[in-house]
Ligand binder design. Structure first.
Ligand code: 9WO
Length: 259
């Protein structure tokens, strides 16, 4: 996958290029990263990339032309590799991204040009003329589109075949089956009086699988009931969820008695 970013802060992208799974995947050539500073596409002595908003008001707006030239350079890198890139603007003024949205972006385009804005935003005419899609990572305002661009990169790259180690399969991730994750435990088996659920040390793999499925169903029901409502659970899952509810009620009774 070809990813290019338009940003006034190119060094921020060291976070994905030099660390962790995204770094390893970059070294394996599963994706490539181009970072373009619109300032490098400005001729004037002050290298101006922003100006005051027409109509007045506080703050500054990013100029269309430096961004336009940077997008051209980014798309050319992708074109030279035979890739027709899609231009994505990171903005809180879009429907928030979901797991399905990340998978769709990955399937639809082998190339993405991510436009990370700063200040009060980008001249609307640049968005009309050059942006194919607007993406939000959630309903909150940040100081720029760089962190959202990196969130999108991280979510995309871990889906690329070979990006994850054996056993880290993205198909096992939370959300891929419409359920939240089950709880995880490691050593020691007693931490400050809190014990590991005995089934996990039983060696009974069928019982462990069943317990994990039950916890995933129960946790999703407790925390994200609307996600459960969107699923059609089979008989076995319905039974597991009913068992979870019973065990939950029992635990709450025990806690009441202890008080
Ligand atoms: C700043 C501002 C200040 C005064 C009045 C109105 C204002 N609007 C903004 C603003 O929205 N600035 C944005 C900062 C411009 C585009 C880049 N910025 C951004 C992207 N903030 N948050 C995001 C973002 C992107 C994707 N998902 C979540 C948040």
């Amino acid at each position: 996958m070809y990813i290019d970013v338009i940003t006034l802060f190119p060094e921020m992208f060291d976070a994905v290029a030099k660390h962790g799974i995204t770094r390893r995947a970059l070294e394996q050539h599963l994706w490539s990263l181009g970072v373009w500073n619109p300032r490098d596409f400005v001729e004037d002595n002050y290298r101006t990339i922003d100006d005051r908003p027409y109509g007045g008001g506080p703050g500054m707006v990013m100029l269309a032309e430096p961004l336009n030239a940077a997008i051209d350079a980014a798309l050319k890198r992708q074109q030279d590799a035979g890739v027709a890139g899609k231009v994505v603007y990171l903005t809180p003024q879009a429907k928030p991204l979901t797991d399905a949205g990340v998978r769709r972006l990955k399937e639809e385009s082998a190339g993405l040009v991510l436009l990370a804005g700063r200040y009060e935003g980008v001249d609307e005419r640049l968005i009309e003329a050059r942006v194919d899609e607007e993406v939000s990572i959630g309903d909150y305002v940040l100081s720029g589109g760089e962190l959202p661009a990196m969130v999108l990169i991280d979510a995309l790259v871990r889906l690329l075949p070979g990006a994850l180690n054996d056993g880290e399969s993205a198909s096992q991730d939370s959300y891929s089956d419409g359920l939240l994750d089950w709880p995880h435990y490691t050593r020691p088996d007693d931490w400050k009086g809190r014990k590991v659920p005995p089934v996990l040390q039983s060696g009974n793999h069928a019982a462990i699988e069943k317990w994990r499925r039950k916890q995933a169903l129960g946790r999703t029901w407790l925390r994200r009931p609307e996600m459960i409502a969107a699923l059609t659970l089979n008989k076995q899952d319905l039974k597991l969820l009913e068992e979870f509810r019973q065990e939950q009620a029992q635990q709450r009774q025990q806690e009441q008695q202890q008080q």
